[in-house]
Write a protein that binds this ligand. Sequence first.
Ligand code: PMP
Ligand code: GLN
Length: 378
Amino acid sequence: LQSKFPAMGTNIFTIMSALAAEKDAVNLGQGFPDFACDPKLVQAVTDAMTRGLNQYPPMTGVAPLREAISAKVEAIYGRRYDPVAEITVTAGATQAILTAILSVVRPGDEVVVLEPCYDSYVPNIELAGGVAVRVPLTPGSFRPDFDKIGAALGPKTRAIVINSPHNPSGTVWSEADMLRLQELVAPTETLLISDEVYEHMVFDGAQHQSAARFPGLAARAFIVSSFGKTYHVTGWKVGYVAAPAPLTAEFRKVHQFNVFTVNTPVQYGLAAYMADPKPYLELPAFYQRKRDLFRQGLQRTRFKVLPSEGTYFQCVDISQVSQLGEADFCQWLTREIGVAAIPLSAFYGNGFDQRVVRFCFAKKDVTLNLALDRLARL
Ligand code: PMP
Ligand code: GLN
């Protein structure tokens, strides 16, 4: 068989999780919690199954879930999305992003991504026949460089993809950043895909600046989030897209022939569980404590600990610890030290190696402490 995608390899998360399992290493690579979700959430899904809610739901998602999403987004970001015409339930953020891109990007269109970026964006753009225009985030700080972003916008630009809180760096865009972006795109037709899956993991009292808060951005945005991150159920693969009606209409044209619908009882369970805002309101403090425990422990190592303003990721500079490149270091660390991490080079098209690796701290304290004990030996 002649490969259609000869250059496309297996994604880094699959590779590192398989190696971690094989070597029985503590897996701080792929981002997922190793602790249980709230039993009430499991009960809510079980109740839905028991009530017989087990057949195809509406293509757009079950009404109670779309209504719960709408109410929540309006309560925290102050913009109302019509649950009928502007919210679509998806099979996680991954499908939401792919579907958004497929629904608006034509062959030859340019889509701006800010590197380092999540590994699915560029392949998604290329699957649509588009051209990814890679704009670097500021080296070292990973903050947006608006002069460079502005320079990348041109007549062929169809969309820009942003991601705050940011995987892998943990940076969080400020209100000023969002206003600056709003100003830059105002004279253009550029659409926005705003990947906000870590919206509830923002630390030190900062606020998540959803594109929904900014009318000039919201009017052109597909806002993507994921219940997997917020409710500790990454394996359930349910998320959503909120977008103005004309964008949602285009999105659904592709969605209906992509997954068509998403797991019914999980949708009803999530809808019931969302009535209580406590779980997501408590999430920043929950993860900030884990971040601080992990960062404190890293002081015992020779890693240089970089900032983590949001997400459940902590990046470290490895240059005082090893002469290896990032990818080799992660392999070595998993095999020899028993801790898996992700090389930042996996988030760059050219494999740029800045001697920085990413750890996930969405783990039980005992898991983090075990990893820290191993890392302290380096
Ligand atoms: N975007 C980012 C930035 C992510 O970190 C993830 C999680 N891997 C996703 C999208 C995909 O989310 P989901 O698991 O809901 O598909
Ligand atoms: N989002 C998670 C990460 O960045 C996992 C993604 C995946 O497994 N594809 O680690």
